[in-house]
Write a protein that binds this ligand. Structure first.
Ligand code: FMN
Length: 132
């Protein structure tokens, strides 16, 4: 089973990157920024995809990534997000991805931006559930 972790992280704190890395660590794979790899290079059985809201909307590059995602390149998506209060990124990604016919799990991982340290272990466990 091929599991991929992709994220979009914009602030100097790298909150979403840190959560992505913890999830990936739990799975036993590497987290990759969509800035470094704008397209999946192999079919993913599960794609973990995460981002954050900035002034109420996700980063445009994450929206573009989701919109351009080939439904044949991924069997299922699991979302994660970090923010100050909003879960909007998850809702917006679900809408885009499900609109393309891609299966997105209802459950997702959330970490508050001021409690990233406190959520690292939980993120690892979240990823571990999907490990081989
Ligand atoms: C310019 C800016 C705008 C933000 N707007 C929101 C927002 O509208 N709602 C929210 O819940 N968090 C907001 N945040 C908080 C970020 O979503 C949060 O810090 C997130 O963890 C950033 O992830 P990153 O470090 O991976 O970029 C904002 C942060 C910045 C820097």
């Amino acid at each position: 089973m091929n599991i991929e972790v992709r994220y979009c992280s914009k602030t100097k704190f790298g909150n979403t990157r840190r959560i992505a890395e913890a999830i990936a660590d739990g799975i036993g794979v590497k987290a990759v920024s969509i800035a470094d790899e704008p397209k999946l290079t192999a079919k993913a059985d599960i794609l973990f995809l995460g981002g954050a809201p900035y002034a109420n909307i996700m980063a445009p590059e994450l929206k573009e990534y989701a919109e351009a995602l080939d439904p044949n390149a991924v069997s299922e998506i699991v979302l994660f997000t970090t923010s100050n209060w909003s879960r909007r990124t998850v809702l917006a990604l679900k809408k885009i991805l499900r609109g393309k016919g891609i299966t997105v799990r209802d459950d997702y991982f959330y970490a508050h931006m001021l409690n990233i340290d406190g959520r690292i272990e939980a993120a690892k466990e979240f990823g571990k559930k999907f490990a081989k």
